[in-house]
Design a protein around this ligand. Structure first.
Ligand code: APR
Length: 234
């Protein structure tokens, strides 16, 4: 690959964190096999039973806090550290493995497990502790209005203004470990392609989005991404 790209966008999904031991959503023992999306990942569920929803995310925290980045995360940091032009990460993951890998320019479009947002004043509280219906907002001091800063189905994504901008200006789009079934993230490759980007998909298998990818690199991201990035940096 002798071409130098003017800007690179990497979209990551649960698959990049699989080799760190974290469950994906739609595999055989995926999160959505053991919980109904309607019970824990919609704004209606939160209004109906906030204690249950808070509990679901509170219970995920210890495992996500303990999880370690794997070679795929570290390869993205190596790319950001050594590539001459901007490399942006758009992640659907709510874990903080990109941060732990010392990546930067990370856009958590579906939110983050270690954040809660106050529905009264909009303050975002960073905490690995449990958040409950009793939690007091440190900014407006109102209790009981904190929501996990997880984007529920039916809610707007975060950072979409920046996402639109970087998708329109990138000439290399790399998708890693996402099934490409949840929109609008699943359409990001279409946007990138529309603006002329070269597109790569890293996954165990072809996804429903495979039409929009110029290249498919099959295998575990922890094994396939590092050599690919070494080639980009050569
Ligand atoms: N390396 C590469 N790809 C992998 C690996 C791996 N080691 N393990 C699994 N995968 C792939 C699977 O083949 C699958 O295509 O990762 C993908 C994971 O898909 P999902 O479980 O659907 O996760 P994701 O695409 O991130 O889900 C998107 O759905 O429920 C919402 O908000 C949630 O952010 C999530 C969104």
């Amino acid at each position: 690959m002798d071409k130098k790209y003017k800007s690179i966008v990497v979209l990551t999904g649960a698959g990049i964190s699989a080799e760190s031991g974290l469950a994906t959503f739609r595999s055989s023992n995926g999160l959505w096999n053991n919980h109904r999306v309607e019970d824990v990942a919609t704004i209606e569920a939160f209004q109906r039973n906030p204690e249950f929803v808070h509990d679901f995310y509170n219970q995920m925290k210890p495992e996500l806090l303990a999880a370690k980045p794997n070679p795929a995360h570290l390869a993205l940091t190596k790319l950001q550290d050594n590539y001459p032009t901007p490399v942006s990460i758009i992640t659907q993951n709510v874990d903080t493995l990109h941060e732990k890998a010392k990546s930067r320019n990370i856009n958590h479009i579906h939110g983050q497990i270690n954040q809660a947002v106050c529905l009264n004043c909009g303050h975002v509280l960073e905490t690995w502790n449990d958040v409950t219906t009793e939690t007091v907002c440190p900014q407006c001091s109102v209790a009981g209005m904190m929501k996990p800063n997880i984007v529920f189905f039916g809610e707007n994504l975060l950072y979409m203004d920046k996402v639109e901008r970087i998708l329109a200006s990138c000439d290399l789009f790399i998708s890693v470990g996402t099934s490409g079934v949840v929109f609008p993230a699943a359409a990001f490759v279409q946007t990138a392609k529309l603006y002329g980007a070269e597109t790569y998909e890293f996954n165990l298998e072809k996804t429903s989005n495979n039409f929009y990818f110029d290249h498919h690199i099959f295998g575990k991201a922890g094994e396939t991404l590092p050599p690919f990035i070494d080639e980009l940096l050569a």
